[in-house]
Design a protein around this ligand. Structure first.
Ligand code: ZN
Ligand code: ZN
Length: 347
């Protein structure tokens, strides 16, 4: 089960303290549980790296590890296999400081639930009008049968008598002391004598929750909404984590371009309309609109319709709808048209 600590961090055996710290920081940044909610593999890598770092960053422990391997540690330096996240934050606070907004100062003890993140696709129509959406969120809830205790009779878990709570057992093999995960408690350190069947003793059950979310009109791709208390359940008595809703918006239809809350559109315009001016009925994001073309409109002129763009998600003014004049030069002329243009030239 246990890997070589140097390999875990990806450093050479003679790496100095600085490179070891750097290597650990890199892994911690990528695999931190807060960054990867629900990703067990990332959490396992994070724990393994943290354990490796806790040893290799300590001169004395590193020396023991170099000489005797992990066995040297369990004999001399206490119980390294049961390293838990709270200990990691407590011991290496300086590593994490400034990395994720200072959870380095986090207190050990019961933790609130993890945050969940969900991507929500938003159609172009919903970008224009906004919407009420019901989201199905797979998350955990306390098991009702055992009230979260994991035990059928709701009895508290008892300390494993085999390993006395450490989660590992030591076996002497000649000179060396080998550490193995405790078989009785599967390395947990505690046992539940009558595991609850609906939750297999974990105290939690997977559940699909329905959460209502308001998609604000004018929402942009990547915008996030934080719904407090709609994430994973935490330790007993602690608040649920938050649900982060990340909106992914559909692109505007062909011919339209979006710039924040402004919309741009190419306006193919007949030469006669450009010269003489007119009023056109055109399709806006919310239905038909009247657009006044001033006489003498030129190629590339911008004709704005204020307040006809997208809503401002922060409650400010609506954006504008901008038409870009694109003159249409007639390529095929009928006999009569040709005569008319020739007449124009001679005037
Ligand atoms: Zn249960
Ligand atoms: Zn045990």
């Amino acid at each position: 089960m246990s890997q070589d600590y140097y390999q875990v961090l990806g450093v050479e055996r003679d790496a100095d303290a600085r490179s070891i710290k750097k290597a650990y920081r890199k892994i911690a940044r990528a695999d931190h549980p807060d960054q990867n909610p629900g990703d067990d593999d990332a959490e396992a890598r994070f724990r393994a790296a943290s354990q490796a770092y806790s040893v290799l960053s300590d001169q004395e422990k590193r020396g023991l590890y170099d000489r005797y391997g992990e066995a040297g540690l369990s004999a001399g330096a206490g119980d390294m296999n049961s390293v838990n996240l709270e200990d990691i934050f407590g011991s290496f606070g300086d590593i994490f400081e400034g990395m994720f907004g200072g959870f380095g100062q986090q207190q050990s003890g019961p933790r609130r639930g993890a945050d969940l993140r969900i991507r929500v696709p938003v159609s172009w129509q919903q970008v224009i009008d906004g919407a009420e959406r019901s989201l199905n969120i797979p998350r955990h809830a306390y098991c009702k049968n055992c009230e979260g205790s994991g035990s059928n009779s709701k009895a508290a878990a008892s300390v494993c008598p085999n390993c006395r709570g450490s989660g590992q057992t030591a076996a002497r093999q000649g000179f060396f002391v080998m550490a193995n995960p405790c078989k009785r408690c599967a390395g947990q350190g505690h046992i539940i004598s009558d595991p609850c069947s609906p939750c297999s003793g974990s105290g939690r059950v997977r559940q699909e929750a329905t959460v209502e979310v308001e998609v604000p009109a004018g929402v942009g791709s990547g915008m996030q909404l934080r719904l407090r208390g709609e994430g994973e359940c935490g330790d007993a008595g602690q608040a649920r984590g938050d649900l982060l809703v990340v909106f992914q918006t559909e692109n505007p239809p062909n011919g339209w371009e979006r710039d924040d809350k402004d919309l741009h559109r190419l306006l193919p315009l007949a030469l006669t309309d450009a010269v003489l001016g007119t009023t056109l009925e055109i399709e806006g994001p919310r239905g038909k609109l009247k657009l006044k073309i001033p006489a003498g409109a030129g190629e590339g002129d911008q004709l704005p319709l204020r307040n006809e763009g997208l809503d401002d998600v922060n409650g400010g003014r609506r954006g504008q709808l901008l038409f870009h004049v694109n003159l249409q030069v007639p390529r095929k002329l009928s006999r009569n048209q040709r005569k008319a243009w020739e007449k124009l030239r001679d005037i």
